[in-house]
Ligand binder design. Structure first.
Ligand code: DC
Length: 215
């Protein structure tokens, strides 16, 4: 069967589902460029935080998009829980999403394809992706993973607090009107609750191969 040259892969899922790890592994496996779109929203959140803006104010949040150029997307602060929480709030504003749309579509439009991960890649950014994965895991498993990751950075937290944060973030990301977190109709569901990293990556590669018609 003739194969198309392009391979565009959309990976969506809730916070701490393992979608970032899977998207990075797929990008390595297929030698494709990768964009973690959550980092764009986190960048806007950090810009807003630094200029003392109010995440409850849509106008200030939209203005913070202009500050994204000043943010180093490798900055460790972007990964903090505080910034993740602000990112979840500012990402609910249509103006913020609209302002970040072109950049994501442009990235997806590269000749050989790309891997993008986020919340609305399969539904809004790349509805015509060649393969779509929806990566999830139970809130308890995701909280446990996030807890270990935070502890690994030398920060003290309680597992209950992390679980409460995960649930609050799920509710906000899935409950917003604009591009909510939802599985695309044609996405393959990958529940990693009972999987180790290597098994989850292998399952993701199989799902992509199936979507490309290779199995
Ligand atoms: O994946 P993450 O935790 O780094 O994302 C941070 C927040 O950004 C998330 O809570 C919701 C928002 N986000 C979004 O609305 N759309 C995306 N494509 C990616 C992230």
């Amino acid at each position: 069967m003739e194969q198309s040259q392009r391979l565009l892969i959309a990976v969506d899922g809730p916070a701490a589902s393992g979608k970032g790890t899977i998207a990075r592994a797929l990008a390595r496996h297929y030698d494709l460029p990768h964009l973690d779109t959550g980092m764009l929203y986190r960048g806007v959140a950090l810009a807003l935080f630094r200029f003392g803006g109010d995440p409850g104010n849509a106008f200030e949040a939209r203005r913070a998009v202009e500050g994204l150029e000043q943010i180093d997307l490798g900055d460790e602060e972007l990964r903090s829980e505080v910034i993740g929480e602000i990112a979840s709030r500012v990402s609910a504003y249509p103006g913020v999403r609209e302002a970040l749309l072109e950049r994501q579509k442009h990235f997806a439009d590269q000749e050989g394809g790309a891997v993008l991960d986020g919340r609305d890649i399969g539904t809004v950014i790349c509805p015509d992706a060649d393969a779509k994965l929806f990566v999830t895991a139970s809130p308890e498993v995701r909280a446990e993973r996030r807890f270990r990751e935070i502890e690994g950075r030398g920060i003290k937290v309680s597992l209950e607090d992390v679980l409460a944060d995960i649930r609050a973030r799920d509710e906000r990301d899935a409950g917003r009107d604009n591009a909510p977190l939802v599985q695309a109709e044609d996405a393959v569901l990958l529940d990693t609750s009972a999987m180790g990293v290597e098994d989850a990556i292998a399952a993701a590669v199989r799902a992509v191969e199936t979507a490309r018609g290779n199995t």
